[in-house]
Design a protein around this ligand. Structure first.
Ligand SMILES: [Zn+2]
Length: 334
């Protein structure tokens, strides 16, 4: 039987898609380990996986990404207690993202380097997103690795492969460099300059009290006794302010995240990802207000901006430039 060129091409394409999905699910399984262990400072390789309830070691044949969770109906084989669907969700999410990358970026012309680097970048975004959601912090090591992937991708695209990979919607080197700063620098200013100033002069009662005391101590009419009383109060409040630490509206993690993603995505798509993140965070805030109105005892879990930015970034990897162009052409700007 003679297979036509079309058939061979189709089989090849399906093979690549299956590879992408399985590769993604496997990496996703490792990402679960990172998300769970990195914030605790535990080793990523040392211990085998254990059931959170009974502590039984999970057998190798029960560690197949996505499938094992479904086959075991989300329960531990040993004790029957539920296993968090989070593991399956992270694996499926990673698998779908990897598949999406290989569908969007044609390996026939561009080769595997570009899509694989992009997949690994997305994988590190998934890790910091979940970490931030759980602990309000992102691992520096993952942020560093993510920046490295973004840098390698941009270098590859601009210096080695700009003839082959023509699909990243015309993101030039200057687009990438602008993208690195366009969101991260304003976030840096908001987080480390504007918010602390605002806090110091308008919000903090300690700062207000301190200013009052410093004005009073200058009065000549005070006795030595009163002066030393005020001085000890000033010392006490200053110590308290110091021990509370600096006030950051925005975590350093969010800023590094937006710089690395901006370098990779370019100016248009990083703006889109920030807008998506801001809209989602605002929707979450509205939902908190509504829930609090219904139930006055409702307590908000501490809020992190990072997860919403991560959703925005992953969305923008696929649709960022398309959304930006749609938005601009809707406004009549080309
Ligand atoms: Zn168990």
């Amino acid at each position: 039987m003679n297979m036509s060129y079309k058939t061979i091409e189709l089989i090849g394409t399906i093979g690549v898609y299956i590879f992408a999905f399985v590769f993604g699910a496997t990496i996703g399984s490792f990402l679960n380990v990172c998300i769970y262990r990195l914030p605790k400072g535990e080793s990523l390789v040392k211990r085998n996986s254990h059931c959170m309830t009974c502590g039984a070691e999970i057998k190798r044949y029960d560690l197949i990404p996505i499938l094992s969770w479904i086959l075991l109906k989300g329960r531990c084989r040993n004790c029957g207690e539920p296993i968090s669907p989070r593991y399956m969700i992270v694996e499926s999410l990673t698998a779908l993202c990897f598949l999406g990358v290989f569908i969007k970026f044609d390996v026939t012309f561009g080769g595997f380097v570009y899509p694989i680097l992009l997949c690994l970048f997305i994988a590190s975004v998934i890790v910091v997103g979940f970490e931030d959601f759980d602990t309000q912090e992102m691992s520096l090591s993952v942020l560093a690795v993510m920046s490295l992937f973004a840098f390698a991708e941009v270098a590859y695209l601009n210096f080695f492969a700009n003839i082959y990979v023509t699909d990243f919607s015309g993101v030039t080197l200057s687009d990438s460099i602008w993208g690195m700063f366009i969101i991260s620098v304003p976030l840096l200013l908001i987080g480390f300059v504007i918010t602390p100033i605002f806090h110091t002069f308008l919000i903090s009662e300690d700062h207000a009290a301190l200013r009052k005391l410093r004005r009073r101590i200058k009065h000549d009419t005070l006795s030595e006794n009163e002066k030393s009383k005020i001085q000890s109060l000033i010392t006490e409040i200053s110590e308290r302010i110091k021990s509370n630490g600096p006030v950051f509206g925005m975590g350093m993690g969010d800023i590094v995240l937006m710089a690395a993603a901006g370098l990779l995505l370019g100016i248009k798509a990083i703006i889109v990802s920030f807008m998506i993140g801001a809209i989602l965070a605002a929707l979450y805030a509205v939902s908190v207000i509504i829930r609090r109105r219904r139930n006055p005892d409702f307590e908000m879990k501490s809020f992190a901006f990072g997860p919403y930015l991560c959703i925005g970034i992953v969305t923008a990897v696929f649709f960022g430039n398309a959304i930006a162009n749609l938005y601009l052409s809707g406004l009549g700007i080309n």
